[in-house]
Every structure is written in structure tokens, then in C-alpha cells.
Write a protein that binds this ligand. Structure first.
Ligand SMILES: *Cc1c(COP(=O)(O)O)cnc(C)c1O
Length: 342
């Protein structure tokens, strides 16, 4: 059997008559607009561009991609939710991911009433391919979510394993690359031309410093991008957020300098954490955070909260592990000084 997009798409979505907004039916920018029941007065009185044309054009330039291969969501969280809604029949189908990973997959699956199968990563936080085989042949499995670099472990998932999964699976494979800009390795975007079932998500929330603006990206082939466009709310990204993203993508110099600063802070922080006696291990990271192993992580977490230093307690997903985001030099110093006194 081969991957067939129509076969794996929910029938109600295949048959959907998508909402046609005023801006769908007339796309020009010149004229008297009396078609959308907007208020004629004001600054923010017009509906946003439903397809974020200018933003996509700018992203396409920087990424050397075609705009028809790009979807923009209200954060990548919207993209994750849309994939469940497009491909997984509630109460019947299942999705699969590798734990520990990003908590939103669980929530989006639960909201959509989809079983999420969680296969533990091995001791090196890589995918155990043998444990996957029995699931790949189940026709009810529609979606595989792979986070790389993985949150909260910080490592990249071996891309040759990702390729073997994409080529042997007849459903959709999402690679969540929220942290890829911090990594020394390349994005998997180059694989899109080989695997018609592959989707890659990225975000403006981390390296591009725009978490408040809720801009998530999906890269895929135009058939999958069309499905996402048909199912999304018509005006899913506000004009203000589109403008903020257009500004951010245009300022490459600022992006590179900011990223370099974070990577520099990260190196200093990791060296300092390695010198702290209660820190037993600093896991290698391709992202802007570290997983560390300490003695009694719950106590360390609570003591830091007392000092108004908030990190992420991951003790319930990996024993005695805490996740630390790389902050400013001063923030990182305060954290290290507090840990040294414990
Ligand atoms: C932070 C994060 C995102 C970003 O989600 P947005 O909705 O784009 O802010 C996506 N995936 C992972 C794994 C993350 O850690």
C-alpha cells in the first residue's frame, strides 16, 4: 500500500464545503469595500488577510521556499490541533508520539478524543524502531508526532530514523522543529520533496522572540497545505500579529545577533551548571534550554520558587530532572548562585 492523502483524510473533511469569506471572493486591495460588514472608520477596522500573503512571501524569501508550501497558524499549537481534526476520526483513530515530549500533543489528542500512543524514547532519548513496527501496520494509526530537537530532552532525533518512519508509514508524520534555529543541524525541510506525508512545523515563539504574537508555521506540499487552509478559522492570525511577524522576519541581523547571544549565554550556563555540586548531569542540548539531573529535584524546584526563580519541574516525566531555559546573563547567574547554595 502507498500513502494516499485522500484515503487518510477524514471523509467529512474531504467533503467539506469550506467557508468562503468576503476576502476569499474578492482578493484585490484597491476599491470600496462594502462586502464584509466591517466598520468603515478606524485603524483596525478591516479583517486580516486570511492567507497572510505578505508574511508568507517574506518567509518564502528567507527560507527559499514556495509560498504555496507554507501554512501559518495561530501558534504551532493551532497546527497540531488542526492535524488531529483533519486526519483522526474522534473515538476511532489513534496518533503516536515518543515520550517524554511536548505536553501539548497529549492535550490536543484528548480534546479531539483521539488515543495518543506513547512509545518511550531509549536511554539516549532516541526512537526505538523495533518497538514501533507493530503500530505502523495498524490502519487506525493516522498521525505520528516527532519533536526534534525534543522538548524537554533537548536532543535531535536521528533524521535517518525519521526518514525510515516517513517512508514506511501510510499516515501523516509531523516533525515539530520549534527549536531548530538553535541547533547546529539543518531543518528537515529538505525531506519534503521526497515524502508526500511529511509536515514540518516551526514557530516564531522561540528563536524569533515573538511568543506573544502567536505565529506558527507548517511546511508541506500544497495538497496538505490546502487541507489546513480549508479547516482553519478564516481569520486565524490577526493583522497586528502578521505585521509583527513581517517586521521580525525582515530583521535578519537582529535575529542572528539575538540568537548568537543566547547560544553564548547557553555555553556559559552549561559550564557553570557542571560546576554545581547538586547537579549530577547536564544533558547535551540543541535548543535554548537544558535538562539537568539533580539530587531531589522536587526540593530543588521548590527552593528556587521560594527565591522567585522559576524553572520547569520535569520530575514526573524523567526522574529528578529539571528543565532550565537559557535567560540573560544576569538571570542565569542568579540561578547558578542559588543552586550553589543548596
Ligand atoms: C514552545 C513549543 C512550541 C511553540 O508553540 P507555539 O504555539 O508556536 O507558541 C511548539 N512545539 C514545541 C515542542 C514547543 O516546545
Amino acid at each position: 500500500m502507498m500513502f494516499d492523502l485522500k484515503t487518510i483524510t477524514r471523509a467529512n473533511i474531504v467533503n467539506l464545503t469550506a467557508y468562503s469569506s468576503a476576502r476569499d471572493e474578492f482578493t484585490g486591495s484597491e476599491g470600496l469595500f462594502l462586502d464584509a460588514n466591517e466598520n468603515p472608520y478606524g485603524e483596525l477596522n478591516r479583517y486580516p488577510d486570511p492567507y497572510q500573503t505578505e508574511l508568507k512571501r517574506e518567509i518564502a524569501k528567507v527560507k527559499n521556499e514556495n509560498p504555496s508550501n507554507i501554512f501559518i497558524g495561530n501558534g504551532s499549537d493551532e497546527i497540531i490541533d488542526l492535524l488531529f481534526r483533519i486526519f483522526c476520526e474522534p473515538g476511532k483513530d489513534s496518533a503516536l508520539t515518543f515520550s517524554p515530549t511536548y505536553g501539548m500533543y497529549d492535550v490536543a489528542a484528548a480534546i479531539n478524543n483521539i488515543e495518543l500512543i506513547k512509545i518511550p524514547l531509549n536511554s539516549g532519548f532516541q526512537i526505538n524502531e523495533a518497538s514501533l513496527e507493530e503500530y505502523l501496520v495498524n490502519p487506525k494509526l493516522k498521525l505520528i508526532l516527532i519533536c526534534s530537537p525534543n522538548n524537554p530532552t533537548g536532543n535531535l532525533i536521528d533524521s535517518s530514523v525519521i526518514e525510515r518512519i516517513a517512508s514506511s508509514f501510510n499516515g501523516i508524520v509531523l516533525i515539530d522543529e520549534a527549536y531548530i534555529e538553535f541547533s547546529e543541524s539543518n531543518s528537515c525541510i529538505g525531506l519534503l520533496s521526497i515524502y508526500p506525508n511529511l509536515i514540518i512545523s516551526q514557530t516564531f515563539s522561540k528563536a524569533r522572540g515573538l511568543a506573544a504574537a502567536r505565529i506558527g508555521l507548517a511546511y508541506s506540499n500544497p495538497n496538505i497545505i490546502n487541507l489546513l487552509n480549508r479547516v482553519k478559522p478564516p481569520y486565524n492570525v490577526s493583522t497586528l500579529n502578521q505585521q509583527a511577524a513581517i517586521e521580525a522576519i525582515g530583521d535578519l541581523d537582529k535575529f542572528e545577533k539575538n540568537k548568537a547571544q543566547i547560544l553564548k549565554n547557553k555555553k556559559i550556563l552549561s559550564d557553570a551548571l557542571n560546576q554545581v555540586s547538586i547537579v549530577e548531569k547536564v544533558y547535551p542540548s540543541e535548543a535554548n534550554f537544558f535538562l539537568i539531573k539533580t539530587r531531589n529535584a522536587n526540593a530543588v524546584y521548590n527552593a528556587l520558587v521560594q527565591q522567585k526563580i522559576i524553572i520547569r519541574n520535569r520530575n514526573n516525566v524523567i526522574e529528578n530532572c529539571l528543565r532550565i531555559t537559557v535567560g540573560t546573563k544576569q538571570e542565569n547567574n542568579s540561578l547558578v548562585e542559588a543552586l550553589k547554595l543548596m
